[in-house]
Design a protein around this ligand. Structure first.
Ligand code: TXA
Ligand code: MG
Length: 318
């Protein structure tokens, strides 16, 4: 069921969540699949609807930093980051409080919990009305491309969820930056909507790019965001079997092409990435192509997160 956005839709979505239902909703990053994080059955339903492995923990969403910090041990650095970037596309991994009612399944049994206050005003209104911590992974089947519209959500999850609250296309189009503050030093677990340089300007050097510690970041699977077509990175030409994912001035010779940003604008490119992968997949398959040639995207600002997603989309499938 698609809930078109109005006051009654918001109330209905919040009531569904309180009753243990599964409601997809738009945020500023991507659409999330929300359920009451304190309700073990709802959380189990999220894993089942996505086909998500149970070792991969979920982010809990809150309407305010105060609400979030009631469930985790917020150290001084977390307070500073929250003041600077919440509401917004930053997720903080912190020690979970012993007395939190958040289900252990939501956190995949870890002693940490990922928390975030989304920037989308409707999402925050929904969280406020729901009045419970809302576990919400991206609203796609596990391993697939994240959804940036309600139509993308339904393409993956129709029939498996109770409703999607249509809040229009997601503005940023890439998931939140995930920063682990539970260890001795801050560690970047996933580049995302807040560029790591912006975080470092506030708190100094952030560890990233090292070998991924599977226990610390169980969700960072090498293959993810996988379109049906293969993906070839840093393409300098287009071959006969390929559709083109362009950035800036497009390479010649592609029968099927999606330009992330003709003006090479990284924010525009981020917002068009997942829709582009889905579109190229559909159009390319229809035309008998078997690969997407992706032009290089610069490795700074939002480009870091774009390249992270492209690398995972290109990784050998497990
Ligand atoms: O922008 C976003 O973050 C979106 C919207 C809906 O909020 N959500 C999202 O959730 O991308 P998901 O489940 O697709 O990705 C969450 C990532 C996963 O890589 C997961 O492993 C990691 O965060 N994560 C969650 N809890 C964690 C924890 N306690 N420790 C380490 N990593 C955690
Ligand atoms: Mg996801």
């Amino acid at each position: 069921m698609t809930l078109r956005l109005d006051a009654s839709a918001l109330a209905e979505a919040a009531a569904l969540i309180r009753a243990g239902g599964l409601v997809a909703f738009g945020t500023e990053t991507v659409y999330g699949l929300g359920g009451d994080a304190t309700n073990g059955r709802a959380v189990a339903g999220i894993f089942a609807a996505k086909g998500r492995p149970r070792f991969n923990p979920l982010i809990c969403h809150f309407a305010s930093a105060a609400a979030a910090f009631a469930h985790v041990e917020a150290n001084a650095m977390a307070q500073r980051l929250a003041a600077a970037f919440w509401p917004g596309p930053l997720t903080l991994v912190l020690q979970r409080r012993r007395d939190t009612p958040v289900s252990l399944l939501a956190g995949a049994g870890l002693d940490t919990l990922a928390v975030r206050v989304p920037g989308h005003p409707v999402a925050r209104e929904l969280l406020l009305e729901a009045g419970v911590p809302v576990a919400a992974p991206s609203a796609n089947r596990s391993g697939a491309v994240s959804p940036t519209t309600a139509a993308h959500v339904l393409a993956d999850l129709d029939g498996r969820i109770d409703a999607v609250l249509d809040t229009g296309p997601a503005g940023i189009g890439l998931e939140s930056t995930v920063l682990d503050l539970s260890g001795a030093a801050p560690a970047l677990l996933r580049p995302g909507g807040v560029p790591v340089e912006t975080i470092e300007a506030l708190i100094g050097r952030v560890r990233s790019g090292g070998p991924v510690d599977a226990k610390r970041s169980p969700g960072m699977l090498a293959s993810h965001y996988a379109p049906a077509l293969k993906l070839r990175l840093n393409a300098a030409s287009v071959r006969g079997n390929e559709a083109l994912l362009a950035f800036g001035a497009a390479l010649p010779g592609a029968a099927i092409a999606w330009n992330l940003s003709e003006t090479a604008d990284l924010a525009e490119a981020a917002s068009r990435l997942f829709a582009g992968l889905r579109w190229l997949d559909a159009e390319g398959s229809r035309s008998g192509l078997d690969c997407i040639a992706a032009m290089a995207v610069p490795e700074f600002g939002l480009g870091v997160a774009i390249n992270d997603r492209l690398q995972r989309a290109a990784a050998p499938r497990g």
